[in-house]
Design a binder for this molecule. Structure first.
Ligand code: NAD
Length: 333
């Protein structure tokens, strides 16, 4: 039995991982500052509720949270791209500097493995070379992707210079129940289900045949557990965690209306205006480049999963339709 610390543990992926690790008899501690996460993601589980740590990954004395910890999943982060552009210093502190902070604290602890949640967004300027392989040179330049890429470099530094066992997981679009549909601008699938169930027309900004990789949360959790249980020592090795399948925005919307047996009905938005709701990106002396936003809205993003599938002997099992059905069921409840 291991003691596992999950930072960002009140968020979507962290809380779901916590629940399955507790079931497999591990001692699990979730740590979160609750800025984007929710207590009700884990409070129905007594063990997780009792051991929850309300704390910030930027805490300069982070080692106090590492007593007896064997494994860390570092998931705390600011994931929304426009929020990172709006507050780049905070994004870098949380997404990059906190990785150095936690790894530095690990040097005086018995933590044996550090598993980091990076993102497929690091491939944002590799389009149209999709599917993306882990060994491709990447050229991120938006703040979110840059902050995660910098964090990957920090992981490499600690793995190479201190012989720490570190795994970098590049998550593609993870979807499933418990993904935050309450925030003002939720992730795509949760947003669509919320709007359709509320009887509102969702707005789609990208009706072109541009495909993105979606991995269902249970498949992602299976990978994370296999990574955790691997006896190998990894030197900041990178693994794509995706399904290898791409779906366009319109395919997803059509599937949802089909599943709900409701006539297809949505608005089409101008991709140029996608981030206009974030006023301060467009009212300064230097404004966010419109061409860059359009490129972001139209980007292809599919994982080459060969390396991950071979290494962990597992392929994702749950397809888009099954995954969407469980989100609908969850949001209906
Ligand atoms: N879900 C996806 O599709 C996806 C894709 C690529 C990468 N990722 C990365 O995976 C990780 C988990 O994603 P998620 O979907 O669960 O996101 P989430 O927003 O649901 O969870 C992130 C959690 O981190 C917490 N957090 C933020 N700043 C913190 C701080 N300073 N100290 C402590 N906790 C803090 C938030 O409160 C939140 O609970 C994130 O780092 C994200 O960037 C997610």
């Amino acid at each position: 039995m291991s003691t596992i610390l999950i930072t960002g543990g009140a968020g979507f992926v962290g809380s779901e991982l916590g629940k399955i690790l507790v079931k497999s008899d591990h001692k699990v501690k979730l740590l979160d500052n609750l800025e984007y996460g929710y207590r009700d993601n884990f409070e129905d589980n007594d063990e997780l509720a009792k051991s929850f740590i309300l704390a910030d990954v930027r805490d300069a004395d982070f080692s106090k949270y590492l007593k007896d910890v064997d494994i860390i999943f570092h998931f705390a982060g600011i994931a929304a791209l426009p929020e990172c552009e709006t507050n780049p210093v905070k994004a870098l502190e949380v997404n990059t500097t906190s990785v150095a902070n936690v790894l530095h604290a690990c040097r005086n602890s018995k933590v044996g493995k550090f598993i980091f949640a990076s993102t497929s967004a690091v491939y944002e300027n590799n389009d149209p070379e999709t599917p993306f392989r882990e060994n491709m040179q990447v050229f991120p330049n938006l703040i979110y992707a840059t902050s995660k890429y910098n964090a990957e470099q920090i992981c490499k530094s600690f793995a190479q210079n201190y012989d720490m066992d570190i795994v970098i997981c590049r998550f593609f679009n993870v979807f499933g129940p418990h993904q935050d549909f309450r925030r003002k601008y939720p992730p795509f699938t949760s947003y669509l289900v919320r709007e359709i169930l509320a009887g509102r027309k969702p707005t789609i900004f990208n009706t072109a045949d541009v495909k993105r990789d979606y991995i269902y949360v249970d498949d992602l959790l299976e990978y994370l557990t296999r990574i955790m249980n691997s006896p190998k020592h990894y030197c900041a090795e990178i693994f794509n965690l995706g399904s290898g399948y791409g779906y366009s925005a319109t395919e997803i919307v059509k599937s949802l209306f089909d599943i709900m047996e409701t006539p297809l009905d949505y608005n089409t938005g101008d991709p140029n205006t996608f981030w206009d709701k974030y006023d301060n990106l467009f009212n300064a002396a230097y404004n966010l480049n419109r061409k860059r936003i359009c490129k972001e809205v139209y980007k292809h993003c599919i994982a080459d999963t060969k390396k991950t599938v071979n290494e962990f002997n597992f392929s994702p099992q749950i397809n888009l339709i099954e995954g969407l059905k469980s989100i609908i069921k969850f949001q209906r409840q």
